[in-house]
Design a binder for this molecule. Structure first.
Ligand SMILES: [Zn+2]
Length: 308
């Protein structure tokens, strides 16, 4: 089965200032590395559609949507949302493309049109709360897609796995009362966004790890925590919040993963997806700010998704 990469040129037009690490150059670095490693010709490239407002509204309040839609500034200006997050003239359409990629990829995977997908999109999503944008994120692309899979496509159970260095607070909040979803993650702690850890439940396996943790720590917690939860839950589809800022070369995070760790985690997730979910995986870009490490890590991730 084919692996597809969803993206759109409008995702490059959203920017939050020349100094900002969450920059359009991230998507260019990913594309360059996919070409350099000759993966680009072995996967299908698809254009992300704009999400429908009904898709966004499945996970976000009218107020959260209005914060983005109603504050788009003129070309050349920025509208600040929080200290780390702002809008430019193109942010609304970029955010709709990012969420639209996740939803379209979900439909294509459920329809059996493709085997799995990676959404090379920005703005990222996992800090976006149901009620407001936060931390570089406008809408929660993965949560929107997961709720589409459950409520529109009628799947019974979905899992969301988050390997970004930061805690996916927006996703956790979105799923607090959702018994049909399992969230499993690890994250550097204490660290942004400083969410107090919530107790572990069969549906919530978010594992805090200290700074400087590397592949040995992460592989062990995946085996000890993630995999048993996934085997117990038996998801019909898996979403990945694929942040690559736990890489040892990434200065925004303080962990020390390498490309091989991302490939290994992807292989573990693939095995679970094949066992319970007909292989269905939709992975969406979250963080990852060292451009070289980001490109190489995404290449390793996509290579594993495509079994190349
Ligand atoms: Zn992050």
């Amino acid at each position: 089965m084919t692996t597809a990469i969803y993206s759109h040129p409008e995702c490059l037009l959203h920017e939050m200032g020349a100094w900002h690490p969450e920059s359009p150059a991230r998507l260019q670095a990913i594309q360059d590395q996919l070409i350099n490693s000759r993966i680009d010709t072995l996967v299908e490239q698809r254009e992300a559609p704009l999400a429908d407002l009904s898709d966004i509204a499945r996970n976000h309040t009218a107020g959260a949507i209005a914060i983005v839609r109603d504050n788009i500034p003129p070309v050349g200006e920025h509208y600040p949302i929080d200290g780390d997050t702002s809008l430019n003239a193109h942010s609304w359409r970029a955010a709709l493309r990012a969420a639209g990629a996740a939803v379209a990829a979900t439909d294509a995977v459920i329809d059996g049109d493709i085997g799995n997908a990676f959404c090379a999109v920005r703005p990222p999503g996992h800090h976006a709360r149901p009620s407001e944008p936060m931390g570089f994120c406008l809408f929660n692309n993965v949560a929107i897609a997961a709720k589409h899979a459950l409520d529109v496509r009628g799947l019974a159970r979905v899992a969301i796995l988050d390997f970004d260095v930061h805690h996916g607070n927006g996703t956790e909040e979105a799923l607090l009362d959702e018994p049909r979803a399992l969230m499993a993650s690890f994250y550097q702690h204490p660290f942004y966004p400083y969410t107090p850890p919530r107790p572990e439940t069969p549906n919530r396996v978010n594992v805090p790890v200290p700074a400087r943790s590397g592949g040995d720590v992460v592989r062990q917690l995946v085996m000890d925590k993630w995999l048993p939860a996934l085997h117990a839950f038996q998801p019909e589809m898996i979403f990945i919040s694929a942040g690559f800022d736990a890489h040892r070369e990434d200065d925004l995070g303080g962990m020390s993963l390498v490309e091989a760790d991302y490939a290994w985690m992807t292989e573990q997730i693939m095995a679970v997806a094949k066992q319970y979910a007909k292989g269905r995986i939709v992975s969406c870009l979250e963080g990852g700010y060292n451009l070289s490490a980001l490109g190489r890590s995404v290449a390793a991730h996509v290579k594993a998704l495509a079994e190349l």
